[in-house]
Ligand binder design. Structure first.
Ligand code: B12
Ligand code: SF4
Length: 516
């Protein structure tokens, strides 16, 4: 059958810093194609709604698969599903991805019949079963693992057997040159591992994957990299190089085959310190940029977010990364309780460190622990505000002042990195990219002030809300961890790295936290 895979528009970030290929959707599309279906893919980060509707009219797909990783994209996906049904009433519309999995019944309700099914969990494991049921026996849809329809929920979602089986259909993407992150332009994405064994309170990466951590074989990763044309590579793993041996084996394979790229990855400070040699080796292979989720610069904050790492270890990690010549970006979470003084302290601290600092706003997302503990305080139920750049919890400062302080902090940081000296260095990079016909990075340099703007952020709060987010039911005592998961937890054995690393980690932080 004819399947159209659709990725929704980008959020605020993608207007400035980056735009990345929709790897998860490419994997789902790859699995559908491997099962014999005729598959096309459209990415609305780089094409508009008119192009989507035009494609639907001309190609007339039998089924449409929307990817909905981000909560902020829920209204857009629901609207697109509705307009699709108007154009093609017989077309089967389903939605999958991270946020769709956590909000399945709500999404179906918003769709009022325009969404036939939400497929929770890893899409590539079951998409062929769903398409088979759509084509031959619609009654069997309810037996597909992870399928949620108006009639109820099927068996629990199923993991793909081996990560090696996840084959992204990269060739289906029509504008590959549009994807970039900073100076890595163009940039492709790849997955070395999936999941996270830690359990930070504000994050849903661990609840989606049942706190498991799985790796693709080094041979498979090297083979895939060998076939990627882009010179820049974004490694999408939640925490890169948790297992030292895995990182070494991939690196050695790349070195043997003479594969040379520039890499960006995200990791934790303690992982970097534990596996220093791997990162050092990768710096020689082209690891240029690294993102570390520091989140807080005080012990109390780290504890509140259950980062399970101490401040000293984080600072030590930054120093080590500097010594390798890797450009590091760190993330800090701005809490709605911040007042002017706190913002000032943060600005001063940020100016003292050489790293690029990114500030996000603490918000309770579905699938996180804070959703259950803080979710009922949400004062604006517009999904579109959930892009970690908007405050959805009550702020201590009046909201316009909170945004003014936030954007002032971000502007100071932006100027710090795009000051004259930095621009001088950037000139060479821009010329090199322009010579290759790449303009994404250059365009990004001038966009900051038109996107990060307190007045615009306030205006976003005033938009009419068509689809209201349902709030979590009240919890008595602690939230039941089992109810948080999409893929059920695999127990200690599933968290393969933990038997060794996390036990040591608990000792290191001396927080006495138990990982059971
Ligand atoms: C890499 C990553 C990014 C990258 C790249 C995103 C991209 N466009 O590819 C960057 C750095 C840009 C990014 C940015 C942001 N991210 Co991000 N990101 C991730 C991360 C770590 C991995 C995503 C990934 O590529 N995984 C690998 C691929 C293979 O998996 P996948 O895309 O999830 O797809 C699988 C399933 O979801 C499903 N699936 C996906 N689509 C479909 C479609 C159908 C039809 C079906 C059936 C199944 C299906 O099957 C796929 C294969 O198994 C996740 C955490 C996580 N582990 O999910 C956070 C995560 C998705 N990001 C998050 C957030 C908040 C953001 C930001 C808003 C802020 C930030 N953290 O920087 C921005 C906004 C991005 C934007 N769109 O503008 C949150 C989402 C919260 C939410 N509920 O909305 C997550 C869950 C992390 C967290 N802290 O909890 N992100
Ligand atoms: S370590 Fe990172 S990916 Fe893992 S739970 Fe914490 S924030 Fe999420």
């Amino acid at each position: 059958m004819k399947l159209l895979a659709v990725h929704p528009s980008g959020l605020m970030y993608t207007k400035v810093f980056l735009r990345l290929e929709p790897l998860g959707l490419e994997i789902v599309a790859g699995a559908a194609r491997a099962a014999g279906h005729d598959v096309r893919l459209i990415d609305l980060q780089v094409e508009d709604h008119a192009a989507f509707h035009d494609l639907v009219r001309r190609w007339r797909p039998d089924a449409i698969a929307f990817s909905c990783n981000y909560l902020a994209n829920v209204p857009e996906v629901v609207d697109l599903a509705r307009s699709t049904k108007e154009l093609l009433p017989g077309c089967f519309v389903f939605v999958g991805g991270h946020s769709a999995s956590f909000t399945a019944p709500d999404i179906l309700e918003h769709g009022e019949g325009a969404i036939d099914c939400v497929l929770k969990g890893e899409g590539e494991a079951v998409v062929a079963d769903l398409l088979d049921a759509i084509e031959h026996d619609r009654g069997a849809i309810s037996t597909v693992p992870g399928a949620v329809t108006a009639d109820g929920e099927g068996p629990p979602p199923r993991f793909v057997e081996k990560l090696d089986d996840a084959r992204p259909a990269r060739d289906l993407l029509r504008h590959r040159k549009k994807y970039f992150i900073g100076v890595l332009d163009p940039c492709a994405s790849i997955e070395f591992a999936r999941g996270c064994p830690w359990d930070c309170t504000f994050c849903s990466a661990w609840t989606f994957y049942g706190r498991s951590y799985r790796t693709a074989t080094p041979e498979r990763v090297v083979e895939e990299l060998a076939h990627i044309a882009e010179p820049g590579i974004f490694i999408v793993d939640d925490v890169a190089f948790v297992k030292a041996e895995h990182g070494f084996e991939i690196g050695e394979g790349l070195a043997r085959r003479g594969i040379r790229k520039e890499y960006y990855l995200e990791t934790r400070g303690d992982v970097l310190l534990r596996n220093k040699e791997v990162f050092k080796f990768w710096a020689t292979l082209g690891l240029k940029y690294m993102f570390i989720g520091l989140e807080a610069i005080d012990e109390e904050g780290l504890k509140r977010y259950r980062k399970r790492v101490s401040l000293d270890r984080n600072f030590e990690a930054l120093e080590y990364a500097r010594s390798l010549g890797i450009v590091v970006a760190i993330n800090l979470i701005a809490d709605p309780s911040w007042d002017r003084e706190r913002f000032e302290v943060i600005r001063n601290w940020c100016m003292e460190v050489p790293e690029i600092v990114n500030i996000s706003v603490n918000a309770p997302y579905h699938g996180t622990e804070t959703w259950h503990t803080e979710g009922r305080k949400i004062h604006n139920r517009d999904y579109r505000l959930f892009d970690i750049q908007h405050a959805v919890l009550p702020t201590k400062l009046p909201l316009p002042e909170f945004y003014a302080e936030l954007v002032k902090t971000q502007q100071v940081l932006n100027r710090k990195h795009l000051g004259f000296r930095a621009l001088y260095g950037v000139a060479g990079i821009s010329t090199r990219l322009l010579l290759r016909g790449q303009t994404n990075f250059l365009r990004m340099l001038w966009k900051f002030n038109s996107v990060f703007n307190p007045a615009l952020q306030m205006a976003d709060h005033a938009r009419p809300v068509r689809y209201e987010m349902a709030l979590p039911p009240p919890v008595e005592g602690k939230a039941d961890p089992k109810k948080l998961y999409i893929h059920g937890p695999q127990g200690r054995k599933g968290r393969a790295v933990l038997d060794d690393a996390s036990e040591r980690f608990v000792d290191e932080t001396r927080m006495g936290a138990s990982l059971s």
